[in-house]
Design a binder for this molecule. Structure first.
Ligand SMILES: [Zn+2]
Length: 496
């Protein structure tokens, strides 16, 4: 007991409160900081490796802003970001491991929550006898060849990868909406849990805060935007030197999304850029000559055996990946925004189809083409009678009887539908409190039904009320408002 006491030190926080932490001989050490933990392991107390960082007024000012003014994990009423409610704060505190306090004594440092337990491997994670217990779940474990060492259950499915992709796009969108940029998004700084489909953005303290000098981050190979890689050797104050900013996050974000969804890196292909040296080859590959493996015009970096491609992810994601890695590869202004990624991913979620092959590695795929309902991961085919799409349309304001398509959903038996599938101006983001299932799809004996769960005012194609527990028969070619609400979307039953 006495020995344990000796190792416990006290940190005095900026607000005067005290926090105990356990001093260890070899604390985990990163590029800038080393880390101790509170006795209950709920918080990490981090100190800088170098005095110049600990004493830097710039670093202090940046961290004060990150913890207060720009903090999306704290409600505005408690000193967090403007417009942040308790609900949105709670939502984003699951997506970020955001610093919660500054340490004044014994020296300047920060306090962060520890990563939630699902982001650490347990001792049963490896089927190859690797001892992974306690290691954090960096995404390369799942998106590279190392995935073969993991138990199948660890790998998740295409559906859970899509779910965590939505979360990451949302997290980056939230940062950018506040004018912040992460500056070092990479497989090291986003932990993922494919099992539950969740992710958490860590190492928030290198955020670029508006009006303050950016931190000098080295970045991580493969995630550094080509223009940053290409100018890295120039002096920091050179006008040609490109520094991490929102536009460079918008390179790293789709790299991560591409890795999550397709389990490969968008720049790692067969092309040899230089035979002079490995360094030169790598510099060109990730910098000035970076070429997307799926560039449709320049196929010089395309692997010969690409089975699943961006085309298989549906038209929305295909378009954005081309925009990011062809148009925007060397032109940062043309990269899609995080909000565009979030929207496209959410809409793509609605096209998911369970794969009928229970040996399929992906278990789910995007059924975007009703004329070609084939799982790209394993080749399993869906029978034509088992395919049905609903197109969602929204009334054009002030133009009676005119509608714009707003989305398409791929139906499968027992598929749940929510408020945002039936009502315009309803979007499943952090502000959405109502996530109860409103209706579900039933596919029985070759027929399709939409069963009302709790959608008030649900209408049949003939306009009669459908109370909860009752169903609507969905027949190809029919078009009808989902419910009698003024924001009701029009549902069009498309070809099966
Ligand atoms: Zn399959």
């Amino acid at each position: 007991m006495a020995r344990k006491k000796k190792n416990v030190a006290k940190a005095i926080l900026m607000d005067g409160s005290e926090l105990e932490y356990v001093v260890s001989d070899n604390p985990p050490r990163g590029g800038m900081k080393h880390t101790y933990f509170t006795p209950n392991k709920k918080f990490a107390v981090q100190f800088f490796n170098e005095d110049k960082d600990a004493n830097s007024p710039l670093i202090r000012a940046r961290l004060e802003n990150i913890i207060g003014l720009y903090n999306p994990t704290l409600p505005e009423s408690e000193g967090g970001a403007m417009g942040n409610t308790e609900q949105t704060a709670k939502y984003f505190s699951r997506l970020f491991c955001w610093p919660v306090a500054l340490v004044e004594l014994p020296e300047f440092g920060i306090v962060c929550p520890t990563y939630p337990p699902q982001f650490f491997f347990d001792k049963k994670a490896s089927k190859a006898g690797l001892n992974l217990a306690g290691k954090d779940k960096k995404s390369t474990w799942f998106t590279s060849r190392t995935s073969r060492f993991l138990e199948k259950g660890e790998l998740g499915t295409f559906q859970t990868m899509l779910r965590l992709s939505i979360s990451l796009a949302r997290a980056v969108r939230r940062l950018h909406a506040a004018g912040l940029s992460h500056s070092d998004l990479s497989s090291n700084n986003v932990l993922i849990d494919p099992k539950t489909g969740s992710c958490v953005v860590i190492d928030i303290d290198s955020l670029v805060v508006p009006g303050l000098f950016p931190p000098e981050v080295a970045g991580t190979k493969g995630y550094i935007a080509p223009e940053v890689s290409a100018t890295m050797e120039l002096p920091l104050d050179s006008p040609d030197r490109k520094l991490p900013c929102a536009a460079t996050d918008l390179f790293a974000l789709p790299v991560l999304l591409y890795e999550y969804l397709l389990k490969r890196h968008p720049l790692d292909g067969p092309k040899i850029y230089s035979t002079a040296s490995t360094e030169e080859d790598e510099f060109l590959q990730y910098g000035p000559k970076a070429t997307f493996v799926e560039n449709p015009q320049d196929t010089s970096n395309r692997p010969p055996d690409l089975q699943v491609t961006i085309h298989d992810l549906g038209p929305l994601l295909e378009k954005l990946f081309l925009q990011a890695f062809v148009d925007g590869m060397h032109d940062p202004d043309r990269r899609p925004t995080a909000a565009e990624w979030e929207r496209a991913l959410v809409k793509t979620w609605d096209l998911l189809q369970p794969c009928p092959n229970d040996q399929c590695s992906a278990q789910w795929f995007v059924l975007h083409d009703v004329n070609h309902p084939v799982c790209p991961f394993c080749g399993a085919r869906i029978a034509p009678q088992d395919v049905l799409h609903l197109r969602l349309k929204r009334a054009i304001r002030g133009r009676r009887g005119q509608w714009n398509p707003v989305g398409e959903i791929n139906l499968y038996d027992q598929m749940p539908l929510f408020a945002w599938h039936f009502l315009a101006n309803t979007y499943p983001d952090e502000k959405m409190t109502d996530r109860t299932m409103r209706a579900y799809v039933s596919h029985q004996n070759g027929e399709w039904y939409l069963v009302n769960g709790s959608l008030s005012g649900m209408l049949s194609p003939r306009g009669s009320m459908v109370p909860p527990g009752q169903a609507v028969w969905l027949r190809q070619g029919e078009m009808f408002p989902a419910c009698n609400h003024q924001d009701a979307l029009l549902l069009e039953v498309l070809k099966g």
